[in-house]
Ligand binder design. Structure first.
Ligand code: SF4
Length: 110
């Protein structure tokens, strides 16, 4: 499946996304439901409070993403045990604006 990954801009400063990319390619952990995946884009939320994440997710769908993936730095607080306080709202907005037609994956790796 073709996927587009949204990640936390704060975590971007210290993480090159290696594990997200590895788990996507292998189709494991967060990607298990969709199998080995082609990452068509990986981009940050644009910074708090994450409104840009919605437009960025929609853009990745236009560019061929069949699923929007929220990385574990956003949704599980990895590696700092600091989950994004806006993650739920970002997800709801993306779901609403894609009409529920785009698959949403809400983590990448443990
Ligand atoms: S909105 Fe959430 S994901 Fe984006 S920088 Fe802030 S804490 Fe990170």
């Amino acid at each position: 499946m073709k996927v587009g990954i949204i990640r936390c801009m704060q975590t971007e400063d210290i993480c090159p996304g290696t594990r997200c990319l590895r788990t996507a390619a292998a189709g494991i952990e967060g990607f298990e439901p969709v199998g080995p995946s082609e990452v068509i884009g990986i981009i940050s939320c644009g910074g708090c409070p994450g409104k840009k994440a919605v437009a960025r997710a929609l853009d990745m769908v236009k560019r061929g993403a069949e699923a929007v993936v929220f990385s574990s730095c956003m949704t599980r607080g990895i590696p700092w045990q600091y989950r994004c306080p806006h993650a739920e709202q970002i997800r709801k907005s993306v779901e609403a604006l894609t009409g529920g037609k785009t698959k949403i994956i809400d983590w990448t790796h443990a």
